[in-house]
Design a protein around this ligand. Structure first.
Ligand SMILES: *Cc1c(COP(=O)(O)O)cnc(C)c1O
Length: 454
């Protein structure tokens, strides 16, 4: 063990996660119990999460130690490389230096195992035997499957049926790591059976799959539920990305002017940027930009409100930017960015002006992604293309302003399993979706009866 510690220090993997709750200049709105309207307490969450994760959800401690057992798993792919994109810089023809953290080097190919491994570990030491979760396109399900396998937990993943049928590869990854992947709606839960009774051909949705996974967890002793984004403890685990980047930059004496990440539920964006938000709170000049799809423009168009995390209204009310819990986004290829809400921490930071948000359409993002693949080699995930589109925009601004700029962005995952989306782009079949005003009106109706955040 001693030897490993030296090795870890040498490799720049941080030994602690960073908790932004300790440094916020203004307090956040607490999550509320939908029935009582009162802040939720630990007991309300104990049926679905193990106590160490509930504690991490609310802890005021600035630094949270990463257990050795988790570090040991991180070592399989961390530290992730911090690379300079010199070839991409050349085609942009702008006075910028572009650096990226490549989270695509993890076994499932995205940043998601940074929290999956931690969640599996804390469940294991709390006596959980099985984790239940939902997955859309399968990125989260595959990350949690690998993590459960590592810690000897069973894993049951409810995968949105249309993706289960259309995208077999991530399902096969889950099965290879030994978990059960079930198309949702299924007939093994009440939630699933209710949907099937009304519509036997239901293609499923993330909302239905969440309801099934939570029901499975609460009705089976030894089972818990696991969420791959949005919540404070998930963002906490992801800060390993930004902390590592800071150490890697320190070695070469570089500090970024702009930090960029794509935002679905907000976890990879928060992972790379929260340590920089801390610097900014303490007076550093750094801009921090979240990038999202125009078809699901939560941060750029949604109201800041209390809303449910799922369509079935099983979660606490969270204060966040939201397009309404009943929002059904267009079937864009960046499946990981099709979420109606946004992490309360990320929402709060936008509200108090510490971060900015931008939206890009599918054509702009794939255009940037293909440019990237043809210069830097790696084929980015469709979600990651949103971050790259924001990099392109920042470079253009730098050229117009004649100002030099150092850009850091999070390469959240590779796109090798998303090649059909590239096919659609290259054969001209991708469409541009902007959110129509009636959808904003619907979002406002969805939240109008909820308590109002500060
Ligand atoms: C899931 C996913 C995202 C979006 O989720 P966040 O919680 O917003 O990070 C982005 N990129 C990739 C590659 C993903 O798998």
């Amino acid at each position: 063990m001693e030897q490993k510690k030296i090795y870890l220090d040498d490799l720049e993997i941080p030994r602690q996660w960073y908790n932004i709750l300790a440094d916020l200049p203004a307090p956040m709105n607490p999550p509320l119990h939908p029935a009582t309207g009162k802040p939720v307490g630990p007991d309300d969450l104990a049926a679905i999460f193990p106590m160490p994760l509930i504690e991490q959800e609310v802890t005021p401690e600035r630094w949270v130690p990463i257990p050795d057992e988790v570090l040991e798993k991180y070592l399989l792919w961390r530290p992730s490389p911090l690379c300079r994109a010199r070839n991409f810089e050349k085609v942009l023809n702008a006075p910028v230096k572009i650096y990226y953290k490549n989270e695509g080097v993890s076994p499932p190919g995205s940043h998601k195992p940074n929290t999956a491994v931690a969640q599996a570990y804390y469940n294991k030491i709390s006596g959980t035997k099985r984790l239940c979760t939902e997955t859309g396109a399968g990125q989260w399900g595959s990350a949690l499957s690998m993590a459960c396998n590592m810690f000897g937990l069973d894993c049951r993943v409810f995968m949105v049926k249309v993706s289960y049928e259309q995208k077999p590869y991530r399902r096969l990854m889950m099965q290879t790591w030994g978990s059960e992947c079930i198309p949702s709606p299924s007939n093994i839960t009440n939630a699933g059976r209710n949907v099937l009774a009304k519509n036997p051909d239901s293609p499923g949705s993330l909302g239905i799959a969440i309801s099934e996974a939570i029901e499975e967890a609460v009705t089976h002793p030894g089972s818990k539920y696991s969420l791959g984004s949005v919540l404070n403890h998930v963002l906490l685990h992801q800060t390993v990305i930004g902390l590592e980047a800071q150490r890697q930059f320190e070695k070469i004496g570089v500090y970024p002017d702009v930090v960029i990440g794509c935002a679905g539920g907000g976890s990879n964006f928060a992972g790379i940027s929260l340590p920089y938000v801390r610097d900014k709170i303490h007076g550093k000049q750094v801009r921090i930009v979240a990038s999202e799809p125009t078809s699901c423009p939560t941060l750029t168009k949604g109201p800041f409100a209390y809303d449910f995390g799922d369509i079935a209204r099983t979660t606490p009310l969270l204060a966040m930017f939201t397009l309404g819990h009943d929002f059904v986004p267009e079937a864009i290829h960046a499946g990981g960015l099709r979420y109606h809400g946004m992490a309360p921490i990320v929402s709060h930071l936008l509200k108090i002006g510490l971060i900015e948000a931008r939206a890009f359409n599918q054509i702009e993002t794939f255009d940037a992604g293909v440019k990237w693949a043809r210069t830097e080699g790696f084929i980015p995930a469709p979600e990651t293309n949103h971050a790259i589109a924001a990099v392109v925009e920042e470079a253009k601004k730098a050229r117009e302003e004649g100002k030099e700029k150092v850009i850091l962005f999070n390469f959240s995952g590779h796109g090798i399993i998303d090649l059909p989306a590239y096919d659609a782009f290259m054969s001209g079949r991708l469409e541009v979706h902007d959110l129509p005003q009636n959808e904003i009106d619907r979002a406002l109706r969805a939240i109008e009866k909820h308590p109002k955040p500060r």
